[in-house]
Design a protein around this ligand. Structure first.
Ligand SMILES: [Zn+2]
Length: 256
């Protein structure tokens, strides 16, 4: 169900030793760690090149502290995934949510991100999932209706492509930062809920929503890591240990 990312090609890709090829002869390497790089030349000039290696490592250290555990639990509860599901995580980053859920539930898992360091990290940590470097803003390199679940966890969203690759009876889970997410570091955020719901209409309708909020006491090193992962921090100087709020809005959509 993986298809060629070349514009106007989109024929099925098949594995051929250390690469994947389409019937027209477009060919893409499979990396040593197992991921497949489907980036196109125009994607390499993307305005959103994705996380750097330093950001990937910082985010990984934060996950390893267990901070994101309550968020993962809430996502799992809302998804109700089973081992029969086929799941795409679009903008998966280092794959911590998808990789952990796939390991626990046993579904067929596919993660896409534009960042090579992020996908390389995901492929090393969760070798049983399929990891793809691609620009999901432009095209998700999978055949129509490939997935029973599509995830978008604090990532960029592409309603048209999400709908195309999702089955008609599938579901879409979109996770966005809530207004009080990291409020100690960047002040109150804007409420993204109405605009997010609007951006998925008319292709999707909102089925359920919930907010999950947790807080963690972080030392100075963790605060530094957190600042690295934030696009526009309120503070740029180094900060002492402090308690930080993590808060996400979870939106479960169904195809309209
Ligand atoms: Zn092709």
């Amino acid at each position: 169900m993986l298809v060629c990312p070349v514009r106007r090609c989109h024929l099925p890709l098949v594995r051929d030793n250390k690469r994947v090829v389409c019937p027209r002869g477009h060919s893409f390497d499979v990396a040593r760690s197992g991921y497949i790089n489907l980036l196109q030349p125009q994607d390499r000039r993307s305005k959103h090149p994705g996380d750097t290696a330093a950001v990937v490592q910082a985010r990984r250290r934060l996950h390893d502290r267990g901070i994101t555990e309550p968020l993962l639990l809430a996502i799992a509860e809302m998804l109700h995934a089973t081992c029969n599901d086929i799941v795409l995580d679009a903008g998966c980053g280092d794959g911590v949510y998808l990789g952990t859920l796939a390991r626990e539930i046993g579904f067929d898992a596919h993660g896409i991100d534009i960042s090579i360091p992020a996908i390389d990290s995901a492929a090393r940590r969760y070798p049983k999932c399929q990891w793809i470097v691609a620009n999901a803003d432009r095209f998700i390199p999978y055949a129509d209706h490939s997935f029973s679940i599509v995830l978008s966890i604090t990532a960029r969203m592409n309603a048209v492509e999400f709908r195309r690759v999702l089955r008609n009876d599938g579901r879409l889970l979109v996770v966005i930062p809530a207004t009080d997410d990291l409020i100690e570091l960047r002040g109150a955020g804007r409420d993204r809920l109405p605009r997010t719901v609007e951006s998925f209409a008319p292709r999707f309708t909102l089925a359920t929503q919930r907010r999950v909020t947790t807080a963690a006491d972080l030392d100075a090193a963790a605060i530094q890591d957190l600042l690295l992962t934030i696009y526009r921090p309120k503070h740029s100087r180094s900060l002492d240990a402090m308690r930080v709020t993590f808060s996400l809005d979870l939106l479960l959509f169904r195809p309209a």
